[in-house]
Design a protein around this ligand. Sequence first.
Ligand SMILES: C[S@@+](CC[C@H](N)C(=O)[O-])C[C@H]1O[C@@H](n2cnc3c(N)ncnc32)[C@H](O)[C@@H]1O
Length: 259
Amino acid sequence: MTSPWEPKQYLRFRDERAQPFYDLLDLVRPIPGGHVIDLGCGPGELTKVLHARTHASATLGIDSSSTMLAESNKLNGPGLSFSYGDIATYRSLKGFDLVFSNAALQWLPDHATLFPRVAGLVRPGGQLAVQMPTNNDHPSHAIAHEIAGEEPFRTALDGYLREWPVMPPEWYAELLDRLGFEEQHVRLQVYAHHLASREEVIEWVKGTLLTDYKKRMDAPTYEAYLAAYRERLMSRLDAREPYFYAFKRVLIWGRKEPK
Ligand SMILES: C[S@@+](CC[C@H](N)C(=O)[O-])C[C@H]1O[C@@H](n2cnc3c(N)ncnc32)[C@H](O)[C@@H]1O
């Protein structure tokens, strides 16, 4: 299966998508000389900002997409590097002073197993910072799911439906406490995006959620899926321009107790 990530499509809404990153970064305490890992670093631009803002001596971005890595590797520099890595299996002997992940962990299932694993990468006294969308009840996401469950797409997808693994904010707060994070800040935030028109919602979702369906269908089936998605979505969204796209995200920060 080829990598479904298209950096150009993803970067179309660069500014809107960057704001939650900066809000997450604001929660992080500087770690001069520290070691940072960015899980699911994507095209790497924000990893570069993360590296500069934390004053870390080494920041490693990992991603499982070859197309994203082709972009991020152009940004290699002093203390900043990128490599292939699957978050689901990534291990490190030394651990990190900051484990950071912006808009990536929602792609991995079973957070009851994933989060303790990811938190295990944080050294004693270190920080964990994660941001994930939690907008699966918005028509932009709910309709993508609905249509994937209907014929002929259900057969083309072999019954596959993307389940949404993100749990309520308080679930992460309780988990952090149980995992020995002595300080924490967890919140749900609604981001207000003014898109030129409701059509732009499709372009937005094409850069993220729909990539998961696209990679599982042949081109004509995906085009038919997109047409069905467009028709139903447009009938459900407000025609007012600019279109107000309310987008919920959960921001999670914690600091582990020192040994
Ligand atoms: C929405 S992008 C976010 C990129 C970047 N963090 C940002 O804020 O711009 C999600 C990224 O997570 C990566 N990703 C998804 N599942 C992954 C996995 N299991 N291991 C590593 N990277 C993964 C994707 O390849 C993609 O680059």
